[in-house]
Ligand binder design. Structure first.
Ligand SMILES: [Zn+2]
Ligand SMILES: [Zn+2]
Length: 243
């Protein structure tokens, strides 16, 4: 059994205390997290209705890990197909891949940079739906709206100090990067502490999103992101407004 399956079995094990099952869910997320670890965890707390105190509904952990598992199975099947096709292409003498699958997204200028820095920003899709959408795009299907979430409303334009980038108003995916060629990262000025998210301060005791925290959500949250320039070599990050 793979590590993911072993850990998933622990999440399912009702004889274990909820904190152990929760910790096993975290390990599963280190192995597969389509929105990045923190944003995927945040997504699952909301979609699986994980309450502030896990004892109130330990089975929410099962709903969470099963949604993750369903998405992972879809991605794994696709990754196997892709690897098979690449082997055939290499045998035919084509060394460079003709396309880049979404799970091999570049680490420079990633269009989902905001998701890495703000766990509250990510597509509102269930994880299997997000994976299916990415696979359809990989197949060349023309889908309207933001590639990540399908939002068709006007983009949010953010200043990079010397230019602009256009971000999805729903999930903060970079639709049009700044044309300077430098690496920009879009991050909230006020960092969201991971421990607050991990402890589900954004959820109520009954597994509903808290009406009190965080205060700013949706498009207003995207509009508050700030642009930072990342130095290619040193990986030093500098706020663009400070130039
Ligand atoms: Zn989007
Ligand atoms: Zn720029």
């Amino acid at each position: 059994m793979t590590s993911f399956h072993t850990r998933r079995a622990l999440v399912h094990d009702a004889s274990l205390p909820p904190y152990r099952r929760h910790s096993a869910l975290r390990t599963c997320l280190t192995l597969f997290a389509p929105y990045g670890l923190r944003a995927t965890y945040h997504h699952l707390t909301v979609s699986a209705r994980m309450p502030r105190l896990l004892e109130a509904d330990p089975e929410s952990l099962v709903r969470a890990v099963d949604e993750l598992h369903e998405a992972r199975e879809l991605q794994r099947a696709r990754a196997e197909e892709y690897a098979e096709r690449r082997r055939a292409e290499k045998r035919a003498g084509r060394r460079r891949p003709t396309d880049t699958p979404w799970w091999n997204r570049p680490w420079r200028n990633p269009p989902d940079s905001a998701w890495q820095h703000d766990p509250f920003l990510h597509p509102p899709l269930r994880l299997p739906d997000y994976v299916r959408r990415q696979h359809a795009l990989l197949d060349g299907v023309e889908l309207p709206g933001c590639p990540a979430c399908g939002e068709e409303g006007p983009a949010v334009s953010l200043s990079t100090g010397h230019g602009h980038a256009e971000l999805c108003r729903c999930c903060a995916w970079v639709l049009t990067p700044c044309d300077c060629g430098r690496w920009h990262s879009f991050e909230p000025a006020l960092r969201v502490g991971w421990s607050r998210t991990w402890q589900r301060e954004h959820m109520t005791g009954t597994g509903e999103p808290s009406p009190h925290w965080p205060g700013v959500r949706g498009t207003a949250r995207v509009e508050r992101l700030e642009s930072y320039t990342v130095d290619w070599e040193s990986r030093v990050v500098r706020r663009d407004g400070d130039q």
